[in-house]
Design a protein around this ligand. Sequence first.
Ligand code: HEC
Ligand code: HEC
Length: 194
Amino acid sequence: MQRHKWIYSVIAAAVFIPFAALAASSISEGERLGRPCAGCHAGNGYAPGEYIARIGGQNAQYMTKVMTEYATAKRPGSVEMSIIAKGYSEADMAAISEYYAAKKWANSTNRIDPKKAAAGLKLAKDNGCFDCHGEKGQGVESTPRIGGQNAGYMAEALKRYKAGQIVSEEMAVVKDMTDSQLESLAQYFSGIRK
Ligand code: HEC
Ligand code: HEC
């Protein structure tokens, strides 16, 4: 009798402890699913590299859209993102986006060329970038934040809009710009410290 009781409690512990451990942790679905992202985008999504986008504090709606497009190859991007995005359902991507979007934004630490940034500011004023992206480039609803984003990533993205590789009616404004103008715009917006 005693012996049986002992066995039952071992079985009960084996079955219930994992559930108890899960219930006790406060990790959200988005955080759990989003862990592999930190390998490239860094903790909190504050990627220090120039060519990787910062995603901590980026708009959730925009991120979900972009991830879905990478997954369906509608959006050409790095090989990494196309492969990774395929592993998640749309609900997963929304949960991960919510997790990173809830982080406080932290500005890029890239070095900025002040001459190019000054030229970029003039281009930005002349071409209405602030009308859609906000006066500090902070983003509005589904329009991404670009103020304080990494410069190399933004320059690449702008070239893709220009070439029509990423289709966006709103971004048609860059169609007639030179690569050097696009790099200046990226330098300016990356250097915003607000
Ligand atoms: C192996 C490295 C790697 C991993 C892992 C990775 N990414 Fe990325 N990600 C990149 C690179 C590089 C870019 C820039 C892509 C480009 O140039 O198209 C990027 C771009 C993005 C963008 C576009 C940002 C923007 O402003 O448009 C989003 C959103 C994103 N990643 C989310 C994620 C999420 C969420 C995960 C985890 C599920 C993840 N990434 C995992 C390398 C990675
Ligand atoms: C009419 C509104 C509008 C205007 C004007 C506009 N943008 Fe955008 N921009 C958008 C939208 C919407 C997106 C997201 C498009 C998509 O889904 O890829 C975007 C995307 C971007 C991105 C990619 C961000 C990322 O994280 O991937 C950059 C960089 C950017 N814009 C810079 C600029 C610059 C620089 C200007 C001025 C020359 C400008 N935009 C003008 C609406 C606008």
